[in-house]
Design a protein around this ligand. Structure first.
Ligand code: NAD
Length: 495
């Protein structure tokens, strides 16, 4: 069945066929638990399925299974790991239609966005398949008395706590390098998006990943996520989510001195100088804030513009924002739904507070529904103009389709505004002056900078944050560092 057929069937029946229930532990789906939780379709604000609420014993079994599997996997040749990971990529592509529709119904995003996520997930497995047999150490010259070299060893069992905004690609960007490096995996998807991780784990096994190497336990973060974070058998914990939960997870992992990668979101700036093309700036800002309904850690949620181009950019951007069609992700809208009712209420509270402070809203500003069905959790594309640097709409991550606009006169002021939050994930600079672009890029306190584009780059480049956006890098070659530990070996050459 094509994605279109699966989508039509779902839109008619409100059900998706053959969704996994139970957890995925030791190479098979477990019996469904008696404790269940409903999963909602955000585009309809209706429950469409139930999933098992994991308990501490489920997490314990999953970690035990991963521990056994890790001992075997580190003995598998790098060439064989490479072959299996390439198989995974192929199977993800073959199952892209089904995976992407499940992702739309579970997360609220558009089908085009979900299809893009599945392709990126496949690419991540291909990329790290290519790395599996290239994880070399180096030879170190200590003079004739010694022969010295380093080896990269797998860290062992790795834990992955996954957010709801990119359930498939966040799963893939942690699991693929972990497997390439010789590690095993226990993953916990977010409670509002449990299904694609389970389907992907089944596909991994079908591709030849040995039983027990990748386990998925569904349920509440406070129960099983916390259980994972505290477990001394987890040697690396990769967490993506909010700052407060990230800090909590780091505190729980600290007594075991567990290695951590934290990806905690941002309030990323798009800086546009007076020589930038207003059409290009408006287009960049549009995609930066309205993709995935703004629910992206690296969303361009602040547009920082030179006063000379402010009016031109806002005229173009305002018109485009007003013409956005928000609707169920399977009906080809421009923008999909907000992932949960709780999160919709958070976005609304941020915007209501801004209105209460007298903010100048260029467009949007309220919750809405799918116009065809009168249902769903949606938020209007919103642009708030001319904000002061200390305004909460500038400082706080809203994680929705809400753009905060700031204005400047000088380059120094632009840099100060751009760096002036507690986050430091990404930044982009629009200017025709290469020297200025490089000066500003180097002054940005963040993990990645794009010039004359918002999301230039790809999964071949490392990705991660500074300041409260977290630490550690995923994607790219650096994405392997979290899953390997370097050992130095020195041989005395004395006879
Ligand atoms: P969250 O941080 O609470 O959840 C993220 C993940 O952590 C989920 O899998 C969740 O089950 C798990 N979790 C929750 N409590 C846990 C605990 N005590 N121990 C271990 N794991 C736990 O995020 P949220 O409440 O779903 O969203 C709130 C805010 O987080 C958003 O408004 C947004 O600002 C931010 N967020 C950021 C990202 C990102 O990509 N960086 C993704 C999702 C959410």
């Amino acid at each position: 069945m094509t994605a279109h057929d699966i989508a039509q069937d779902y839109l008619k029946t409100g059900r998706l066929a053959a969704l996994p229930d139970g957890h995925f532990i030791d190479g098979k789906t477990t019996q469904p638990s008696n404790r269940k939780m409903e999963s909602f379709d955000p585009g309809r604000a209706e429950a469409f399925a139930e999933f098992s609420l994991g308990e501490e014993t489920d997490m314990d079994l999953a970690i035990a299974s991963a521990e056994t599997a890790a001992r075997h996997w580190r003995q598998v040749t790098p060439g064989e790991r490479c072959r299996i990971l390439n198989n995974v990529a192929r199977l993800f592509r073959e199952n892209a239609d089904r995976l992407s529709v499940i992702e739309v119904v579970d997360s609220g995003k558009t089908l085009a966005e979900a299809q893009g996520d599945i392709q990126s997930s496949a690419r991540l497995f291909e990329y790290y398949a290519g790395a599996a047999d290239k994880l070399d150490g180096r030879s170190v010259n200590l003079g004739p008395a010694y022969t010295a070299f380093t080896v990269r060893e797998p860290v062992g069992v790795t834990g992955h706590i996954i957010p709801w905004n990119y359930p498939t690609s966040t799963f893939a960007r942690g699991v693929a390098p972990a497997l390439a490096a010789g590690c095993s995996v226990v993953a916990k998807p977010a409670e509002t998006t449990p299904f694609t991780a389970l389907v992907m784990a089944e596909l991994l096994c079908e591709a030849g990943v040995p039983a027990g190497l990748v386990n998925v336990v569904t349920g509440l973060g406070a129960d099983i996520g916390a259980r994972m974070a505290r477990d001394p058998r987890i040697k690396q914990l990769t967490f993506t989510g909010s700052v407060s939960t990230g800090i909590n997870v780091a505190q729980m992992a600290a007594p075991n001195v567990t290695r951590l990668t934290l990806e905690l979101g941002g309030k990323s700036p798009l800086i546009a100088f007076s020589d930038a093309d207003p059409e290009k700036v408006a287009d960049g800002a549009y995609w930066a804030i309205f993709s995935n309904s703004g629910q992206i850690c690296s969303a361009g949620s602040r547009l920082i513009m030179h006063k000379a181009i402010r009016d031109d950019v806002l005229a173009i951007l305002g018109e485009r924002a007003k013409s956005i069609r928000t609707a169920h992700g399977l009906t080809a809208p421009d923008m999909g739904a907000i992932n949960s009712e709780l999160h919709l209420s958070r976005i609304k509270a941020h915007v209501e507070a801004a209105k209460g402070r007298g903010a100048h809203l260029l467009t949007g500003g309220d919750v809405t529904v799918d116009a065809d069905t009168g249902k769903g959790w949606f938020f209007q594309p919103t642009v708030i103009a001319d904000l002061e640097p200390d305004d909460p709409a500038v400082q706080e991550e809203i994680f929705g389709p809400v753009l905060s606009v700031q204005n400047f006169d000088t380059e120094d002021e632009a840099i100060q505004l751009a760096n002036g939050t507690e986050f430091g994930l990404i930044a982009s600079v629009y200017t025709q002056d290469v020297s200025r672009a490089m000066r500003v890029a180097s002054a940005m306190d963040c993990g990645q900078v794009s010039i004359n584009d918002y999301w230039a780059g790809g999964l071949e480049l490392p990705f991660g944050g500074n300041k409260k956006s977290g630490y550690g890098r995923e994607k790219g070659w650096e994405g392997l560092d979290a899953y390997t530990k370097v050992k130095s070996i020195t041989i005395s050459n004395a006879s």
